[in-house]
Design a protein around this ligand. Structure first.
Ligand code: NDP
Ligand code: OXD
Length: 308
């Protein structure tokens, strides 16, 4: 019977029912524990809050299964030699699509002008149709692709950008360093859904923030480090960027007094764009344990060299 160590004790209340149920439904008979002699552990369920940092003693462990999609805090851990799987979960994707579409529509339709209108001004500013609104999604992975596809289904003029070339119906797909300039030039809404790696750090910087259309909106539900904060604040101050809606930050929680809290053209959401929901995430974990025990390939393996 495989032993599964749930290494994120602060999340146990959310998973104490969901995981046994999911394992049962997957037909996996396992010993699910919160503590164990490392040498006896077959699988580790991990989250960034996990106190576990040294994987060296886990000599028998077959895989580390992350409850988070982003793995930047564990992927470089030199003691981790076991396969690492990240979270790819339909509920996470659904949540991200809702956040991105909601905030895109807020800016596309100019909703703020009507929601906060203390002077009761009757000002008929008709927004363009979505087909006339260029939206660029940086990152065409599990989350970026789903967002781009839903935005395209709403008729937005969507461009997507990724590391490797892609073909997606109804989306202009660009890739590589050369494609970034083209992807950003003239964009009116830019969504960042890249992982944090050494290559993606400061993807939006003083130079690249100058490329979108004047007054463009930045939506960042990816990672704080994708944006050079000082460059973004400067671009907001000049009006080159009209608004930034930010869900993720270099240091979280965003500290009181951070310029983003004060800026009139910044909306802060507190890393809630897409939460990992225990019931569906537990099914992803259980399926991976089932697969590995059955000799099938693990799903959602992280490529250490790529960093995501
Ligand atoms: P994926 O790994 O599925 O996709 C990553 C995408 O980024 C891929 O398209 C990849 O290109 C692209 N990419 C990576 N590096 C580069 C680069 N150097 N240049 C161009 N493109 C690059 O990740 P997900 O879509 O699942 O998640 C994206 C991120 O979203 C996570 O890493 C995490 O940081 C964040 N996230 C935030 C949440 C929140 O609540 N705010 C919740 C969950 C995730 P290619 O396809 O060619 O490999
Ligand atoms: C994740 C996140 O990576 O919540 O799963 O940001």
């Amino acid at each position: 019977m495989p032993k599964i160590l749930f290494a994120a004790p602060d999340l146990w209340d959310e998973y104490r029912d969901a995981l046994p149920l999911a394992l049962h439904q997957a037909g996996v008979v396992a010993d699910l524990v919160l503590e164990a002699d490392p040498e006896t552990v077959d699988y580790i369920i991990y989250a960034p809050s996990a106190p576990l940092q040294d994987f060296t003693p886990y000599t028998r462990t077959k895989a580390v299964l992350s409850l988070w999609a982003g793995v930047e805090r564990i992927v470089g851990n030199a003691t981790l030699t076991q396969p690492l799987c990240r979270m790819v979960d339909p509920s996470l994707t659904e949540g991200m699509v809702e956040w991105v579409v909601g905030h895109t529509l807020r800016h596309h339709l100019g909703m703020d002008a009507h929601i906060v209108n203390p002077a009761h001004r009757w000002e008929q500013i008709v927004p363009p149709l979505a087909r006339e609104r260029p939206v660029t999604v940086l990152g065409l992975g599990e989350l970026g692709r789903a967002c781009a596809q839903v935005l395209a289904a709403l008729n937005f003029a969507v461009t997507g950008w990724s590391r490797t070339p892609k073909t997606l119906a109804g989306i202009r797909c660009l890739s590589g360093e050369g494609g970034l300039r083209q992807a950003l030039t003239g964009a009116q809404i830019v969504v960042t859904l890249l992982p944090r790696t050494t290559q993606t750090e400061n993807t939006l910087n003083a130079e690249t923030l100058a490329l979108p259309a004047r007054g463009a909106v930045v939506l960042n539900p990816g990672r704080g480090a994708l944006i050079d904060d000082a460059a973004l604040l400067a671009a907001l101050d000049t009006g080159q960027i009209g608004h930034a809606t930010l869900d993720v930050f270099r240091v979280e929680p965003l500290f009181a007094g951070h310029p983003y809290w004060q800026h009139p053209r910044v909306t802060v959401t507190p890393h809630i764009a897409a939460d990992t929901r225990a019931s569906s995430a537990a099914r992803v974990i259980a399926e991976n344990v089932r697969r590995h025990e059955a000799g099938e390939a693990l799903l959602h393996l992280v490529d250490r060299a790529r960093g995501y």
